[in-house]
Design a protein around this ligand. Structure first.
Ligand SMILES: *[C@@H]1O[C@H](CO)[C@@H](O)[C@H](O)[C@H]1NC(C)=O
Ligand SMILES: *[C@@H]1O[C@H](CO)[C@@H](O)[C@H](O)[C@H]1NC(C)=O
Length: 395
């Protein structure tokens, strides 16, 4: 009797354990099983969508596998609002290609778009936006589509992207908009110097974004941050060619969310148009940029290594007072060294309506042709510490 009860307990425990381990086994969804062909010919958008749908429908952590090979994809919208899953990993061992005719995706804003997702990780993979023909069209002055961002995460939380390479996007490479908690690491971005509007990573209306250990070579800003962005951490990023690491451009709108708590650390900018830039519209606005720390940066032949420009107003249009309402405060430049490609290495042109406050330069040592760079300032009130030579223009 005792033995049989113990045996029953054993069986029940065993079955419980066994079924629990079945539930715990993380399901995987291979895009090939959903009809994708890695032949670089067939459009695989439907197959990717179907694999996503299946992963979303499962409540346990799931992996979508994209095996080696070349996959052509038209627009794919990965929607998360009906997902049961908040832990989906997309493991990409292959290359995702935009259709060779740029019109196929060129009029949609985003090529691969994740919206309202939580807990999505992308690991590995190459995205090739095949943007070159569109850039040629744009340069010719003909009527062409605006172009699509290669990868966008919109209104999403807990996103991780690692080991991803993006080449030749039509427009921006990666956009993070309306997101919380996003980690980008070991990202490689490659597009030619002259490719138009190919920002590397663009952040807007997002909080908690880190970008680490990445290389960005592109035709526009390596990293750009627009209004409503906070708690950004950038470390070990190599930028160049490109337009540098930018906060821009707040101040277009009167009532606008600010940009705050941004750290950019241990980065190298080579041959870029700007090093670290803050650019605001010369328009009335209650926006702000505050609590920004630039530290341990190396500039190599950068045209504008340190620049604040609050007079931004292309063609002098729509700027009634020619002065920016955006309040810039608490910006620290610490241990910034290397070479400038122009005589003016430090340019702080702040708003006459809202002068910059708390600009701190500490061990800024930049050379132009083996001599310390010149500085230009206007409306900047600073606290000084350490070395910048010459420091003639600051009060
Ligand atoms: C500022 O941003 C960092 C990330 O760089 C974050 O760890 C920190 O909590 C933020 N500080 C505040 C006050 O939110
Ligand atoms: C221009 O500036 C003046 C004084 O600085 C201010 O009174 C006026 O409202 C401003 N105009 C606009 C359109 O913001």
């Amino acid at each position: 009797m005792a033995i049989s009860i113990m045996f029953q307990i054993f069986i029940v425990t065993f079955l419980q354990y066994f079924s629990a381990s079945i539930l715990a086994a993380n399901p995987t969804y291979n895009v090939i099983s959903y009809g994708a062909k890695a032949d670089g010919k067939s459009d695989c958008a439907k197959a990717f969508q179907a694999a996503w749908g299946a992963a979303c429908a499962s409540a346990s952590p799931a992996t979508i596998n994209v095996p080696r090979g070349r996959y052509i994809l038209g627009n794919v919208h990965f929607e998360g609002s009906t997902c049961k899953n908040n832990a989906i990993t997309i493991q990409i061992d292959g290359t995702l290609l935009a259709p060779s005719n740029y019109n196929a995706i060129g009029n949609s804003v985003h090529w691969l778009m994740f919206k309202r997702v939580t807990g999505v990780s992308i690991r590995g993979g190459t995205l090739d936006g095949l943007g070159a023909n569109l850039w040629v069209c744009k340069a010719s002055g003909k009527k062409c589509p605006q172009g699509a961002t290669s990868l966008a995460f919109l209104n999403s939380n807990k996103i991780s992207i690692s080991g991803l390479t993006s080449i030749n996007s039509q427009m921006f490479h990666i956009v993070i908009h309306g997101c919380r908690d996003t980690k980008l690491q070991n990202i490689k971005i490659i597009a030619p110097d002259e490719s138009p509007n190919t920002d590397g990573i663009h952040i807007g209306r997002s909080s908690g974004v880190s970008i680490t250990n990445s290389r960005i070579a592109t035709g526009d800003d390596c990293i750009s941050m627009s209004p409503g962005t906070s708690n950004v951490f950038v470390q070990n990023v190599a930028c160049g060619p490109g337009h540098g690491i930018s906060i821009g451009s707040p101040g277009w709108v009167l009532n606008e969310a600010g940009v705050e708590n941004v750290t950019v650390k241990s980065c190298v900018l080579s041959g870029t148009q700007n090093g670290v830039r803050i650019k605001t519209w010369a328009r009335p606005s209650n926006g702000f940029v505050r609590n920004v720390h630039y530290e341990d940066l190396t500039m190599v032949n950068v045209i504008n290594p340190i620049i604040i420009d609050q007079n931004y107003c292309p063609n002098n249009k729509n700027c009634p007072n020619q002065s920016s309402g955006v309040k810039i405060s608490g910006v620290t430049y610490k241990n910034i060294h290397g070479t400038s490609a122009t005589e003016t290495g430090v340019s702080l042109k702040c708003s006459k309506a809202e002068p910059c406050t708390g600009i701190k330069l500490d061990k800024v040592m930049l050379n132009y042709k083996n001599k310390a760079v010149g500085t230009v300032c206007g409306n900047a009130v600073q606290t000084m510490d350490g070395v910048i030579k010459p420091l003639k223009c600051l009060a």
